[in-house]
Design a protein around this ligand. Structure first.
Ligand SMILES: CC(C)(COP(=O)(O)OP(=O)(O)OC[C@H]1O[C@@H](n2cnc3c(N)ncnc32)[C@H](O)[C@@H]1OP(=O)(O)O)[C@@H](O)C(=O)NCCC(=O)NCCS
Length: 180
């Protein structure tokens, strides 16, 4: 994927480009800020730089094999978003897992839709990928609305699938057919 720049609805100039190993410190700050914010993502423990470096290295290896795409979104030199898609394992290789997040202050501005489009277009161009799969917290209306807009269909709900402290939230399962 070539880097690309666009303007958000509010006029911010945003650049999308593939993640590199050098992004580890920015990604660490980014993910730890999301964890501090306690938003509706699964991870709930702050990461260390070495954990993040290992993760980023694994991402690079998997991208070199053509088995994933990790795209970062930037406002100048501020990392403001990330989306990834990865082939499934073994007999689930035809089903790719998808995820997306944006930094606080950059949401509901059309950036998520653009970022997701780039990543899903890549998936649609991979012959082996037949479906894209994701999970989302049942109360995350903005994310669910984006996923519907992208063509995802809900196929299941696990009651109380997520537990955060004493709060339970349903997990919603969604999929998208890539070749229809
Ligand atoms: C979920 C997320 C990636 C969506 O990206 P976004 O840039 O905020 O969404 P967009 O502005 O592109 O909006 C896409 C659609 O979502 C819906 N939407 C946007 N803001 C919304 C809001 N505040 N409430 C409800 N729906 C909303 C709209 O249907 C919108 O389409 P439209 O602009 O054509 O009307 C982003 O909000 C985010 O990072 N949230 C925190 C992390 C997270 O929840 N990640 C998903 C975990 S599964």
């Amino acid at each position: 994927m070539e880097p690309q720049t666009f303007y958000s609805k509010s006029g911010k100039e945003i650049t999308l480009r593939v993640q590199t190993n050098n992004d580890a410190p920015a990604l660490l700050e980014y993910i730890n800020n999301l964890i501090d914010e306690d938003i509706d993502i699964l991870i709930n423990r702050k990461l260390t730089l070495s954990e993040e470096e290992n993760y980023v290295r694994e991402c690079s290896e998997s991208m070199e094999k053509g088995e994933s795409l990790h795209v970062t979104a930037w406002d100048g030199d501020i990392l403001i978003g990330k989306s990834q898609i990865k082939f499934g394992d073994f007999k689930e290789r035809h089903i790719a897992g998808f995820g997306i997040s944006l930094k606080n202050g950059y949401r509901s501005d059309g950036i998520g839709k653009k970022l997701a489009d780039v990543v899903l277009d890549w998936a649609k161009n991979q012959k082996e990928i037949e479906k894209v799969y994701l999970t989302v917290f049942g109360r995350n209306e903005r994310a669910i609305s984006l996923y519907h807009k992208l063509g995802f269909v809900e196929f299941g709900r696990l009651p109380d699938g997520v537990k955060s402290g004493n709060i339970y939230v349903d997990t919603i399962y969604m999929y998208l057919n890539t070749h229809s």
